[in-house]
Design a protein around this ligand. Structure first.
Ligand code: PXG
Length: 293
């Protein structure tokens, strides 16, 4: 496997970062997870835009343009000879002396991995997930901005641990007010009386790229949609529920905290969204030329 690291494509065994990197020492950095299907990178520009916005929000000045980062990403995928997979793009504050001060780090470090990811077993896409609500709350925006896709994922990891310990594959995370924010690595959608509902970003959700695609699909399908504050009650009493994410794609949810949602089977609206989403992933995206051997 070839990894793009600070301007060079190097072998996996040579892709190393310093123990003084503040990304490692303090979680000081930002990342993106991007999918490619059928030789095309899905929503590449949107992901790179979000990456730059995350960097800007944490005063991480980048020496590359968005177009350059798109190009490096394409090169990395091409160099690995894959047609379908998952890209993990990471920018750290870089190496510097010990101490929180980010100004101790003169140069950010970037690496790009093109590999694969599988969050959920195949049968869960047909049968749906039974998920739980976890006790770990999403931090308030005043503590850690949820829009910033930073290298601090301990909050989500602790929530994921609760899910695993409860024998579930995902957990709903609430904000400090008790409203639904999102899941540990996915955004959440409900269908109630034919209307699609999803939490406000300001309730503690990541501004998901897949979330935005689902809202576009709703528009195209003529399904009314609304962003609003949601509680667990809204999930319990919804007709359908599904989660979205680059890694998860669109996955039905059929129970929350042992309450069956709707019929207890993935519903017809979810199926339509899933199908329309797959259509887009297979027919749109930024092509990358496969590197010649
Ligand atoms: N919420 C959170 C907290 C996320 O991390 C999403 C929602 C979905 O957003 P997108 O833009 O992907 O539709 C995410 C996505 C990984 C990994 O290992 C990354 C995510 C989720 C799971 C695994 O790279 N991020």
């Amino acid at each position: 496997m070839k990894i793009w690291l600070d301007g060079k494509l190097v072998d996996e065994s040579e892709a190393k970062v310093s123990v003084f990197d503040h990304g490692l020492l303090y979680g000081d950095g930002v990342f993106e997870g991007i999918r490619f299907y059928n030789g095309r990178i899905f929503r590449l520009e949107e992901h790179i835009r979000r990456l730059f916005d995350s960097a800007k929000a944490i005063l991480l000045n980048l020496p590359w343009t968005q177009a350059e980062v798109c190009k490096f990403t394409c090169e990395t995928v091409a160099a690995n000879g894959l047609t379908d997979g998952y890209i993990r793009l990471v920018i750290t504050r870089g190496a510097g002396e010990l101490g929180l001060n980010p100004y101790l780090c003169p140069k950010p470090s970037m690496f790009i991995i093109a590999s694969t990811i599988k969050l959920y077993p195949d049968e869960t896409y047909q049968n749906g997930l039974a998920i739980i609500t976890c006790a770990t709350r999403r931090p308030a925006p005043g503590a850690l901005m949820p829009q910033v896709k930073s290298l601090n994922y301990l909050n989500n990891i602790m929530a994921k641990v609760e899910a695993i310990q409860a024998n579930a594959l995902e957990a709903v995370m609430l904000n400090e007010q008790g409203y639904v924010a999102e899941c540990t690595g996915d955004n959440l959608f409900l269908l109630k009386n034919g209307t699609l509902l999803t939490p406000f970003i300001s309730d503690g959700a990541l501004d998901g790229i897949t979330r935005a695609v689902i809202l576009e699909i709703a528009e195209n399908l003529g399904v009314p949609f609304k962003e609003c504050s949601l509680t667990r009650y809204d999930i319990f009493t919804s007709d359908e529920c599904f989660l979205t994410g680059t890694a998860a794609e669109v996955i039905p949810v059929v129970a929350l905290d042992r309450r069956v949602i709707g019929t207890g089977k993935p519903g017809p609206f979810t199926a339509r969204f899933l199908e329309a989403f797959h259509q887009l992933t297979m027919s749109t995206g930024t092509p990358f030329a496969l590197a010649s051997e």
